[in-house]
Design a protein around this ligand. Sequence first.
Ligand code: ADP
Length: 309
Amino acid sequence: MPWRKKLLGLKEKDITGKYAPDVALTNDLMRTLLQESPEKKELKIYADSKESYFSKDVLEVTNKETIIGQVIVLRNITPFHELNEAKTNFIATVSHELKTPISSIKMSARLLTDNRVGPLNAEQHELIRSITDDSDRLLKITGELLNMSQVETGNIQLKLQPASPLTIVDQAVQAVQFQAQQKHIRIQTRVAENLPFIQADLEKTSWVLINFLTNAIKYSPEDSGIEVTAFRDSNNIEFIVKDQGRGIDEKYLPRIFDRYFKVPGTHDRNGTGLGLSISKEFIEAQGGHIWVNSRVGEGSSFGFTFVLA
Ligand code: ADP
């Protein structure tokens, strides 16, 4: 196949009939192809003086149940990559451009409630409250879309610094306290004493915890409780948000951190299905690990782990 030779940069006689690991000794790409990397399905290959993207599938060839070889299939997905990049840039531009006018709608709404502009009747107050609520919602969505596009383009800028786990938890809990009170939900925090500082981006890590908490509040019944814990487990610091909400069906758990994924039947018109996928990116970019544990009817636990330096 000419494409194969072109990619590998080898002549036909140098590969045909040769044992692949032998070819790999002198060929970087062949070496990469033979490496088992289940989590990395996409390969970036520089060929023909441009970058191309390939998906890699490995099929085993068997004879009477014995594996006698492998066929490695590379599919050129560069056009999809380019379209995806265009989509991401479009989302980034649009969400960025929308932020300013939405903020100014919020500002004008706030000015209207100021008595110096003139008195308002109860109905007008109510209308302004609804304008403010909707603009908050729009700002949240545009913020998430912007976060997502930064994640996709690899533009996450981390401000890593020594951060106190207690500060991260306190910041997050404070940010959602009002929302929780409205549903009479008690948030109990249990942060182990004298926890060491972690190397983390304070703002992004709190953002993840706020996202866990907002979901926990959203999917919990009124008058229930939510528990936030942070503790040390050998060389790890664990953060966990545990709710007594409706829980998540086991079959959806593997997809819960996927972009735009919402559990079918979730009637939440504000949800974008982006929060958890951004959370995963934020935590993994800092070298951490994110996880979920949940059962229908028994509540959910969402957590992340940081390894101590
Ligand atoms: P959204 O903005 O829609 O909440 P997320 O990525 O934060 O997006 O969450 C994805 C989906 O996971 C939600 O739509 C919901 O179905 C489910 N989910 C997240 N957290 C919880 C929770 N604590 N309890 C039950 N379901 C949850």
